[in-house]
Write a protein that binds this ligand. Structure first.
Ligand code: NAD
Ligand code: MG
Length: 401
């Protein structure tokens, strides 16, 4: 709708890292974009502040109980408060909404994203978990509804941009770059002892806690491999991973003639977020710019699947498909949370995921309701396994020494 003067933007997860960068892009757009609805789960004082600053038509406090307990007396009169998952679905499918920025973290992003896809919206997708859990359903639904799913994830935005250099049938490979995270040079022995604080200290990106831990285990790259498969309709063996510690080349497409097209920019999410909103146009962007007059170098190295076994799960799950993505994602979400709470070790995150993938009742073509059932099952099962096996083993190991 380029004839319209301003596009209405819904930001699902407006108080998070991607959400705040999105509001930055909107603010810098000189009216090209209008904040139409903003949502948050916790930290409702941040949501209220954003409501006062941007005066959107709606805000959604997706945690019902927290919404009831909060004092909304300062809410601007022109802003309507909605609550719960129903509120997320309502704003994501609203007839006046043009662009839905899907920036809730984890499986919790599913309902809003699906509502936006079903309503045929432009979806600027940061919530990769939607494609990991239910990529076959989300992409099919988008085809039926005419929704556009545009990548926000920097690697996928890079691939999206590089693909414009050739035709789809001439793509040989897609190469996802990975920073390698804070433990890129750690030995197996060192990895046994790393703490949550160390995992949260990412060398190149500033992001929410869940994806920051995913970067440290390299599970993030596993999830991104699955995401790439669905976004660009690729075969799994067409997708490679290379470690590139500077996070300047965001990914690469190799064509059949051997030509590689890469996209570079500083690690700043405002660029891919904005492109997902303005595409097919490009406009001035508040993101940092690369300065090629200063000397710097770019390095590449192969990933180490022994120290970062989570990476292997990406190919396996992308190949098996079906229920695997939902189970991997749920197990990982639980394990990351347990690690952040100091209840399991860093290396146990992979073990929980491996165990759940091996134990789960595989199905090749599940419906959404089944996937959500399995998500709940995998969360319970992960906690059980952590409590009865992992922690017990840890305590025994401790009392033995
Ligand atoms: P974050 O933790 O900073 O923010 C999460 C947002 O989701 C917050 O607004 C929070 O209120 C909301 N939220 C949390 N739990 C919720 C729930 N149960 N129901 C509804 N809303 C809930 O996360 P982030 O780093 O901004 O990441 C958001 C998504 O974007 C993730 O899927 C992540 O993988 C993806 N992503 C992030 C980056 C980045 O640079 N941060 C880069 C690429 C992709
Ligand atoms: Mg990424």
């Amino acid at each position: 709708s380029s004839s319209k003067s301003s596009q209405n933007v819904v930001v699902l997860g407006a108080t998070g890292s991607i959400g705040c960068s999105t509001l930055d892009v909107i603010r810098a757009s000189k009216g090209a974009f209008t904040p139409f609805a903003l949502t948050a789960h916790g930290r409702l004082d941040d949501l209220l502040k954003a409501a006062i600053k941007y005066q959107p038509k709606y805000i959604v406090a997706s945690d019902d109980a927290a919404a009831q307990a909060f004092d909304w007396s300062q809410l601007p009169p022109e802003t309507t408060l909605l609550t719960g998952t129903a509120g997320l679905q309502e704003v994501a499918a609203h007839s006046e909404a043009d662009i839905i920025v899907s920036a809730i973290v984890g499986r919790a992003g599913l309902e809003g994203t699906f509502a936006a896809i079903a309503a045929g919206k432009r979806v600027a997708l940061a919530n990769k978990e939607t494609l990991v859990v239910a990529g076959h359903l989300a992409t099919k639904l988008a085809q039926e509804s005419g929704a556009e799913i545009l990548p926000v994830d920097s690697e996928h935005s890079a691939i999206f941009q590089a693909l414009m250099a050739g035709s789809e049938t001439d793509v040989r490979k897609v190469i996802l770059t990975a920073s390698g995270g804070p433990f890129r040079k750690f030995t197996q022995q060192q990895l046994l002892k790393v703490t949550a604080d160390e995992a949260l200290d990412h060398p190149t990106w500033k992001m929410g806690p869940k994806i920051t831990v995913d970067s440290a285990t390299m599970m993030n790259k596993a999830l991104e491999l699955i995401e790439a498969k669905w976004l660009f309709n690729l075969k799994v063996d067409q997708i490679d991973v290379v470690v590139h510690p500077q996070s300047i080349i965001h990914s690469i497409v190799e064509f059949v003639d051997g030509s590689m097209v890469a996209q570079m920019s500083p690690p700043d999410m405002r660029m891919p977020i904005q492109l997902a909103m303005t595409y097919p146009e490009r406009t001035e962007c508040p993101a940092r710019k690369l300065d090629l007059t200063t000397a710097f170098s770019l390095e590449f190295e192969p990933p180490d699947y022994e120290r970062f076994p989570a990476l292997k799960l990406g190919k396996e799950v992308a190949e098996r498909g079906g229920t695997c993505g939902a189970v991997l994602n749920a197990a990982n979400e639980v394990a990351v949370q347990q690690f952040l709470e100091g209840k399991i070790r860093f290396v146990d995150i992979y073990r929980v995921c491996r165990h759940l993938l091996d134990e789960h009742p595989f199905e090749s073509n599940p419906e959404l309701t089944r996937l959500l059932e399995l998500d709940a099952w995998a969360r319970e099962e992960s906690i059980k396994w952590i409590t009865c096996c992992l922690r017990q083993a840890k305590d025994q190991a401790c009392s033995n020494t």
